[in-house]
Design a protein around this ligand. Structure first.
Ligand code: ATP
Length: 154
């Protein structure tokens, strides 16, 4: 049987369909690490973490911020059922930056393990949103993102 030449990509959240497109390549933020998918990939199921997802159509790459859910990979189809997904242009960098400041405060003053996990997730979501938003003109500026990352480390 001939190998597929494209991937039918669907990205769905509980609220809506975010992407339904024929693409050439997808990179998925799997909980075991980033997963690169080309047409003809071996079937698999993966859980998602918080991170950047991108897909490529020809020379063009499109970036999204993703948090949790599942990915089903088939040779000619990738389905992403994400708890949260945002396209770069839909991200409000000022809101993400405010969330980052709150998360940094919480990480610094957590009482227990559960609190720490929640604060860490909030930190990852805000950093991912800033990173993805910086991919589009007029989104978060790279310098701001770098400062946010450096501050998050301190
Ligand atoms: P915040 O503290 O700013 O509300 P959050 O991480 O608690 O952020 P989530 O619970 O992850 O927010 O998301 C709730 C909803 O708000 C989702 O629909 C998500 O897409 C949207 N959202 C969160 N942050 C942003 C942002 N910076 N820009 C655009 N949409 C956002």
């Amino acid at each position: 049987m001939a190998l597929p030449t494209h991937i039918e990509l669907q990205i769905v959240t509980p609220d809506r369909m975010i992407v339904q497109e024929q693409v050439d390549e997808v990179e998925i933020p799997g909980s075991e690490g980033y997963l690169g998918v080309l047409p003809g990939h071996t079937p698999l199921l993966a859980s998602l973490t918080v991170g950047e997802l991108w897909y490529r159509k020809g020379q063009d790459k499109v970036y999204l911020s993703i948090a949790f859910g599942f990915a089903e990979v088939l040779p000619d189809r990738v389905t992403i059922l994400a708890r949260i997904a945002e396209r770069a242009e839909d991200i409000d960098p000022a809101r993400a930056d405010a969330a980052l400041q709150r998360a940094r405060e919480r990480v610094a003053h957590v009482a227990g393990e559960v609190d720490y996990d929640r604060a860490r997730v909030a930190l990852m979501k805000s950093l991912t949103r800033l990173q993805v938003s910086a991919r589009v003109p007029g989104g978060a500026r790279v310098g701001e993102l770098k400062r946010a990352r450096d501050a998050g480390r301190g």
